[in-house]
Design a protein around this ligand. Structure first.
Ligand code: BDP
Length: 679
């Protein structure tokens, strides 16, 4: 009896231990991102035929995590076709050889192998990869006090008060994550830059980060305040043509490069939203940029000069950057790259491309994409952004660009990005910066196994449900926030919820929704056609003609370019009003479909991850209704038209929604309480 009991107990212990073991194997660790955890279990044989820190990391990554049977040889070998960062992977039986011109190339090759492994794909033919852009850079909008402008994942990763003495282990993890997706440049601080980052004290701190990032092939850049000579050293002017100013920047660059020999250069936001710039001294953007470029030139540094400007040279904000920058074509030194936001206004859920792209053939240009979801639901909404960027690369050919930048969505939250699925946007940015020909589908299928499924064996129908959820998520946001080309209907300040009625006294008109939607009894939309602001004249053919007439303009940009009557007949045959209502409805339905796909996948997802996303999806669903009700009730009052029968009746009143006052840091959906009180 006792024996039987003991056997029972030991079997029980074995089962519990087994359960605990498999639970821990399955546990979700958001901090790991899409990367394998180091384990000694595989013991892959790696032969390193290359010197240097990056190559050594490549070898260690494979030793830790590669589960192939044969030997992997990592070899630096001259091969012109591969450039600085490219690599070739050559299988031969069980063995593999990775070749590259540099250790960094080998590192990228090693991460390629680990990516294949996490997707369960065999390496059975030669793989050759060369990045489309030499410069693939993340822009952090991190302030020196630890806050992040438009950051929704905690505080800044950079602990300036601790540096240079204390070094967080996350700096290295961050560098590893970036290298694993091909990112090779990092601007550490906000474009609304404090001059202090250029002080001797901070250069010492930056040096420590640069030293940690270097083995991962990552260069450090800084956002520079144009008035730094005045602010740091009390020069009487920052005029770029003043000899002492130019001398100051030269000296500053010498100082930076003495500490950081491979420093990348400066990112500059000048004469934009109150930032100082050359125009304050009667000089042009080119004169300002060139002065800084000449200080960097002897060291091989670059200036990324932003074209995000909108001084009222024209009544249409969408035209202003082009008007200021296009005439400067050919006037920039060749180590200046003009950095242009993807759209002509400001990172809206959908914008046409900025017409500046391609309009300055003698000036190097780079695209600035926003990875952080300033205008797409912050860290509360699922919005997989690869489809947006794919759309952009459909308009702007990667060959016409010199480099690519993404405004980071990373903070010191344990899972780095707040929303666990927003990790996919960091990943997607890196992958597209490497290869803009990748489709959103390919990227999401790469990311999901490591990012979401972990060790689970997931049935095909569940996988396709989650893939669809990700792939449709950005369009869902467009539908429930601002479909048909509407833009900037956001509440003043936080850019989270809807406030198409917003009209605070004394505010800049071009910061107000009514400036953009122009809804009146006659209709809705911004007339940018030849009869309106004629912004379409800035576009090349075939877009100019396509956008000029409402009959040819694609529906999804219609109200960006045209002001149309509420009963305008759409291509579908419906009235504009009915179609608008149906888009809002469609967005809400899409979020509820996303919730269903997530629920179905529950058995295959680690419980912590499941719950976290489930909760955020519930918030997103409530927010979608908030958006739909807010916009349709408001526009309905103006149009005087009723909701079509197939659109769900509002659950809020306009009065309730007008009363919602989201403090700048309060991102909670008001619909939470409103909806709850209805139930
Ligand atoms: C806007 C942001 C603002 C940034 C600005 C910029 O609201 O916080 O400083 O862009 O890109 O989207 O400079």
């Amino acid at each position: 009896m006792v024996q039987a009991m003991n056997k029972y107990i030991s079997t029980f212990i074995t089962i519990v231990a087994g359960m605990l073991f498999s639970m821990s194997a399955m546990a979700y660790d958001g901090a790991r991102l899409w990367l394998p955890a180091a384990s000694d279990a595989n013991g892959a044989t790696v032969k390193l035929e290359a010197k240097g820190a990056a190559a050594a990391i490549a070898a260690q990554e494979l030793r830790d995590s590669w589960s192939g049977n044969g030997t992997v040889v990592l070899r630096v070998k001259r091969d012109k076709a591969l450039g600085e960062d490219g690599y070739r992977i050559i299988p031969s039986g069980d063995n593999l050889t990775v070749t590259a011109n540099s250790g960094t190339g080998l590192l990228y090759g090693a991460y390629h192998l680990l990516r294949m492994q996490s997707m369960g794909k065999p390496v059975d033919s030669v793989i050759t990869e060369v990045p489309a852009f030499d410069l693939r850079v993340l822009n952090h909008w991190d302030n020196l006090d630890g806050t992040i402008e438009r950051g929704y994942a905690g505080k800044s990763l950079w602990k300036w008060e601790e540096l240079p003495g204390k070094v967080s282990p996350r700096y290295k993890e961050y560098a590893r994550a970036n290298a694993s997706v091909g990112i090779n440049g990092v601007v550490l601080n906000n474009v609304n830059a404090s001059s202090r980052i250029l002080s001797r004290e901070y250069i010492e701190k930056v040096r420590v980060l640069a030293d940690i990032f270097r083995p991962y092939g990552i260069k450090v850049y800084l956002s520079a305040n144009f008035a730094a000579p005045m602010q740091l050293d009390s020069l009487p002017t920052a005029d770029p043509l003043d000899k002492d100013v130019a001398k100051w920047w030269k000296k500053k660059c010498d100082e930076i490069y003495a500490a950081i020999p491979d420093f990348g250069g400066f990112l500059v936001k000048a004469n934009s939203e109150g930032q100082p710039g050359p125009c304050d001294f009667g000089r042009t953007h080119a004169e300002g940029a060139n002065m800084m470029a000449r200080a960097l030139r002897p060291h091989g540094g670059k200036v990324m000069w932003r074209a995000f400007v909108y001084s009222p040279v024209d009544a249409d904000r969408a035209k202003q950057a082009y008007m200021e920058f296009q005439p400067l074509d050919g006037k920039f030194d060749d180590n200046v790259i003009v950095q242009i936001k993807n759209g002509p206004v400001d990172f809206q859920p959908r914008e046409p491309f900025s017409p500046l792209f391609g309009a300055m053939p003698s000036t190097p240009q780079m695209a600035e994409l926003q990875v952080t979801q300033e205008y797409l639901g912050h860290a509360n909404h699922v919005a997989f952004l690869a489809p947006m960027w794919e759309e952009f690369f459909g308009w702007v050919k990667p060959e016409s660009l010199k480099a690519i930048a993404g405004v980071a969505n990373i903070g010191d939250d344990e899972n780095w990005t707040g929303h666990p699925l927003a990790q996919a946007n960091w990943y997607a940015f890196g992958r597209l910066a490497w290869n803009p020909a990748l489709t959103s589908g390919e990227i999401v299928r790469e990311w999901l196994p490591a990012g979401v499924y972990g060790s689970h064996d997931v049935p095909a129908d569940i996988k396709s449900g989650i893939e669809d959820m990700m792939l449709m998520s950005r369009e869902a946001v467009v539908d429930y926030m601002m479909p048909l080309g509407l833009h900037h209907l956001f509440a003043f300040g936080h850019h989270y919820g809807p406030e198409p009625w917003c009209n605070p006294e004394g505010a800049r008109p071009d910061w107000l929704p009514s400036y953009y939607h122009r809804a009146d009894s006659a209709g809705i939309g911004f007339d940018r056609s030849p009869s309106g602001s004629n912004a379409i004249a800035q576009y090349p053919e075939p877009y100019r003609s396509l956008y000029a007439s409402s009959s040819t303009c694609p529906d999804n940009l219609l109200l960006w370019f045209h002001h149309l009557p509420w009963d305008y007949k759409m291509k579908s045959g419906a009235t504009l009003w009915d179609e608008l209502c149906r888009h809002y409805e469609r967005g809400c339905v899409a979020v509820s479909d996303m919730q269903k796909s997530w629920m179905k996948a529950k058995p295959y997802i680690a419980p912590e991850l499941y719950r976290d996303v489930e909760e955020r999806l519930a918030t997103q669903a409530r927010d979608a209704i908030w958006w739909k009700d807010g916009c349709l009730l408001y526009f309905g009052e103006i149009s005087g038209m009723p909701l079509p029968d197939d659109v769900t009746a509002p659950v809020h009143t306009l009065e309730q929604l007008r009363a919602v006052d989201l403090g700048i840091s309060n991102y909670e959906s008001p619909s939470t309480s409103l909806l709850n009180s209805k139930r």
